[in-house]
Design a protein around this ligand. Structure first.
Ligand code: GDP
Length: 293
């Protein structure tokens, strides 16, 4: 197995005559980069757009004294990947007078687990956290959150079967009057596939609760499908940020690039294990390196 960096270097070393990257050199390199992106499960359209942007930047650049042409193209690609993934690690901004975070995603993505992880993380930072188990159709999903809440040591407000959003809102307000909480994290219903009824119900609940953050939980292992999922949740529900789970698996991180590209929203966290402590800030530079292989 030859790494992408090595492949690019070979291509460019063979052709390098002048101190500038020529169009032919860049074109050959970009073919390799597109293949590498697709192998890392980046969505086809996202990969194409990415390569177009990088080509534009690379053609005609002077080759820097310390690098050869191959290294320079790899550097341009790496920098652009970091930029596309969000630049620096970012965290949601917390207001002092109350925050409601609305967690959305497909069933199995790791939404409930991530909700528990966030509760543990922010409790440790001194926040008064309340979890809301808001899957109005699956008592088992609510039960799972109650178990996590007990484990973390934060209260869980459970919605009732088929409870209307306005009732949930009212019950939440009543709860907060009795027991002040400055971070409310709402775990919502997920389905195995995107369906219209789910989207309508989520949009209604979001409207009633007026969250300060709406976070989509995306499974890194879903590869190509991540783009559709992110696009649909963004257009139907509206997102403010993303969480990529299962980064401890062998997924290369293409799902992160696709979801970020299509929504333009920051990736705040990466899930790195099944454990309650398995949540880290999302570091674009690390994932860029992993995508390049
Ligand atoms: P939900 O249906 O979206 O709420 O998904 P769950 O939170 O129930 O998670 C589904 C499965 O994925 C469970 O077995 C979790 O333990 C597992 N899981 C969630 N996040 C991660 C992660 O970051 N890494 C690993 N390895 N497993 C995870």
């Amino acid at each position: 197995f030859e790494s992408l960096g090595q492949k690019l270097q070979d291509i460019l070393d063979n052709m390098r005559k002048s101190g500038r990257l020529t169009e032919a050199q860049v074109k050959a390199a970009m073919r390799e980069i597109r293949v590498a992106l697709l192998e890392a499960d980046v969505n086809f359209t996202v990969a194409k757009d990415f390569v177009a942007r990088v080509s534009e930047k690379a053609v005609g650049q002077d080759v820097l004294g310390s690098l050869n042409a191959g290294q320079q193209v790899v550097k341009i690609v790496h920098d652009e990947l970091i930029e596309t993934l969000g630049g620096k690690a970012q965290q949601p901004v917390l207001k002092n007078d109350g925050n409601v975070w609305f967690m959305v995603g497909l069933q199995g993505a790791g939404k409930t687990t991530s909700t528990g992880k966030l509760a543990a993380l922010y409790k440790s930072k001194g926040r008064r956290v309340l979890l809301v188990a808001a899957d109005t159709q699956r008592p088992a999903a609510r039960e799972q959150l109650k178990v996590l809440g007990a484990q973390v040591g934060v209260p869980v407000l459970e919605v009732n079967d088929h409870e209307p959003p306005q009732v949930t809102r009212q019950r939440l307000e009543e709860y907060l009057q009795k027991d002040f909480r400055d971070l409310v994290i709402v775990d919502t219903a997920g389905r195995l596939q995107i369906d219209e009824a789910l989207m309508d119900a989520l949009a209604d609940l979001k409207g009633a609760l007026n969250p300060s953050e709406t976070l989509l939980v995306v499974d890194a292992m879903t590869g190509q499908e991540a783009l559709n999922v992110a696009e649909t949740f963004e257009s139907r529900i509206g997102l403010s940020g993303l969480i990529i789970t299962k980064m401890d698996g062998d997924a290369r991180g293409g799902a992160a690039l696709s979801a970020k590209s299509v929504t333009g929203k920051p990736i705040y966290f990466a899930g790195t294990s099944e454990k309650i402590s398995g949540l880290e800030p999302f570091y674009p530079d690390r994932v860029a390196g992993r995508i390049l292989g």
